[in-house]
Ligand binder design. Structure first.
Ligand SMILES: [Zn+2]
Ligand SMILES: [Zn+2]
Length: 206
């Protein structure tokens, strides 16, 4: 999943900073932070039906901010061929279409993701990133409260439950439903848009 500020695509979800502030995997109550210089909550997670999973015996959990996204460049590096339906390319095509941008321009705005539903961790012995079959089942969901006006991009990974291979059409994939709800007039009236960082941005020159 990618997030952009609707008014400025250069303000986007900052996976690394969200990880530093909340941990390797996010859940209810955690916030999804935006890039510098604004660095503010873009969205808050308000419900997660996979909360029960916690961390398993291997250190795996769901909804990570440690993976980057499957992409054709890494695939090309490792497999020496071209695959065009990685999450990176899916997000690029979707953003280009939604914002009427060239592929080249849209691709620059695609960024490290929140891996919704994916079950991942680091191996205890060697510290390497691993993926295993996701416990997600039909009906499970992750709910966000939009703190600012957002554009969201979501790719159903060609890796399916991501337990086997990525970057091919081999895995079984299932549709993802995205619904946008209105919290109601009262909540909208009471909402305070998260303020950009108060740092003065002089970086030691004053
Ligand atoms: Zn993917
Ligand atoms: Zn995947």
């Amino acid at each position: 999943m990618n997030l952009w500020s609707k008014s400025d695509l250069t303000e986007r979800f900052y996976s690394g900073k969200t990880r530093a502030l909340h941990g390797t995997h996010v859940s209810t109550g955690d916030r999804l932070w935006s890039t510098f210089p604004n660095m503010r909550p873009m969205a808050t997670i308000t419900a997660d039906t996979l909360d029960w999973y916690g961390f398993d015996e291997f250190g795996g959990s769901v909804h990570d901010v440690i993976g980057t996204r499957c992409d054709p460049y890494t695939h090309h590096l490792l497999q020496h061929d071209d695959y065009h339906y990685c999450c990176h390319s899916n997000l690029t095509r979707a953003l280009a279409k939604h914002c009427d941008l060239s592929l080249d321009e849209a691709e620059r705005h695609v960024h490290d993701v929140l891996n919704v539903f994916m079950c991942t961790g680091f191996t205890r012995d060697t510290g390497q990133y691993f993926m295993k079959a996701s416990p997600v089942r039909p009906g499970d969901y992750l709910e966000f409260y939009a703190e600012i006006d957002l554009i969201m991009g979501l790719s159903a990974c060609p890796g399916g439950d991501c337990s086997q291979e990525h970057s091919s059409d081999a895995a079984a994939c299932y549709p993802l439903l995205v619904e946008v709800f209105d919290p109601g007039e009262e909540a909208r009236a009471a909402h305070r848009i998260s303020a950009p960082s108060g740092y003065d941005r002089s970086h030691g020159t004053k």
